[in-house]
Design a protein around this ligand. Sequence first.
Ligand code: T3D
Length: 265
Amino acid sequence: MSDPVIVDRQEQCLVVTLNRPESLNAFTVEMHQQLMAALNSVENDPAIRGVILTGAGRAFCAGQDLQESQEAAGSSPDLGAVIERYYNPLVRRLQHLPVPVIGAINGVAAGAGASLAFACDIVIAAQSARFIQSFSKIGLVPDSGATWTLPRLVGSHRARALTMLGTPLDAATALNWGLVWEVVENDAVLDSAKAIIEKLSAFPPTGLALTKKALHAALTATLDEQLDLERDLQSQAGSSPDHLEGVRAFIEKRAPVFTTGNKTS
Ligand code: T3D
């Protein structure tokens, strides 16, 4: 049997592919474990400048594997415990990774699969992508951060309709509503994501990592808190060798040579 997650290091980019196409890449425990191990590996490899998350076959991810859930149902599992053990750490991991995570949404993203897409830093969608908050249809509440990300991305009322009705949102509407950065031809989604990481790899990583941190904090901070945070992060960014090199290169009208890896501390 093939691995439920394929990890492919391509130069400075880590391509992580959810690989259970026969069940639309639905999450099993094994898949969670392999995905987390892949994301953890980024911390130990300062040369990695970005992660691409995508799916094998025609789907991105159909959320929790309901077959596996049903098999476990005999022992009446507490779904809150499943969330605590697997889904919440995953969303936190993505948020706190020091490199940008690009969601290459190659097809349908349903349940926690859609929530996972919303948790990525930049989302590229194939024309065939659909985002479905399927939880209501099976009597669950949206999880993996969707009740937090979705209202912030599309506004409270659209978030309510999407989560309560479970209506599939097509790629064009998702673009229009600000859920995705770009919609591309189906077979171009991975290359578009790689092109973004290639572009980002030319920039100093510390600044990008701190930008990610600032934007995340902004979602819950007051303006005063955010101004203070920007000051502190700018102190950190401004004292990095890459900032000095960037300014020097600009003044000397030459290409910069950045030397820092993806660590921020
Ligand atoms: O532990 C916990 O439960 C707590 C955590 C919850 C987090 C969650 O994510 S809950 C939400 C779970 N996900 C869903 O409810 C989505 C279920 N899937 C669908 O609604 C549909 O499959 C899609 C809308 C995503 C796609 O529809 P369609 O018509 O394109 O494909 P299909 O025919 O329904 O699915 C193709 C195959 O994938 C099919 O298998 P088969 O018949 O060919 O052998 C189907 O059973 C399988 N599949 C799709 N989604 C799942 C799945 N198998 C297991 N789990 C799935 N989530």
